[in-house]
Design a protein around this ligand. Structure first.
Ligand SMILES: [Zn+2]
Ligand SMILES: [Zn+2]
Length: 122
C-alpha cells in the first residue's frame, strides 16, 4: 500500500485490534478503521507511533488526501476547542490517517476527549 500523503511504502505494524500500516517515509499511521470502540481497545498502546513529530508536522498542512481503499477524498476532522486536533478520516470506510506523533499526542489526557468526539461511534 502507498501512503496517501507522501506516496511512500507502508508496512503493517499492527493487526490487533485493527490493522495499522506505517509509512516508511513520513512515518504517518494509516488505520484500516478507527472509531471510539477501537480507540478504547488500543488504549495506551501507542508504541506503533514511533515517528518523529517534527517530521509529522511537515504534513499538517496537507489537507487533500485520498482514501487508499475508496479512492475518494478523506474528510478533515478538526477542532480547536480546547486543544488543536486535526486528522483525516474517510467517512465511507472509517479509515484514518494520523501524522507521525499525533497518536501519542491525541491519546494523552489533555487531548483524548476531543479526539474521541471526532471519531465515529456511539
Ligand atoms: Zn507517508
Ligand atoms: Zn475509505
Amino acid at each position: 500500500m502507498q501512503c496517501p500523503k507522501c506516496y511512500g511504502d507502508m508496512d503493517k505494524v499492527s493487526d490487533d485490534p485493527v490493522r495499522v500500516d506505517r509509512c516508511s517515509e513520513c512515518h504517518g499511521l494509516y488505520f484500516d478503521q478507527l472509531d471510539r470502540e477501537i480507540l478504547e481497545a488500543i488504549g495506551s498502546e501507542t508504541a506503533i507511533d514511533s515517528g518523529d513529530e517534527e517530521l509529522g508536522a511537515e504534513y499538517n498542512e496537507m489537507v487533500y488526501v485520498d482514501c487508499p481503499k475508496c479512492d475518494r477524498m478523506m474528510d478533515q476532522r478538526l477542532t480547536d476547542d480546547p486543544v488543536h486536533i486535526r486528522f483525516e478520516l474517510c467517512t465511507s470506510c472509517h479509515s484514518t490517517f494520523l501524522d507521525a506523533g499525533e497518536l501519542r499526542q491525541y491519546m494523552s489526557a489533555e487531548y483524548i476527549e476531543g479526539f474521541k468526539a471526532l471519531l465515529p461511534g456511539e
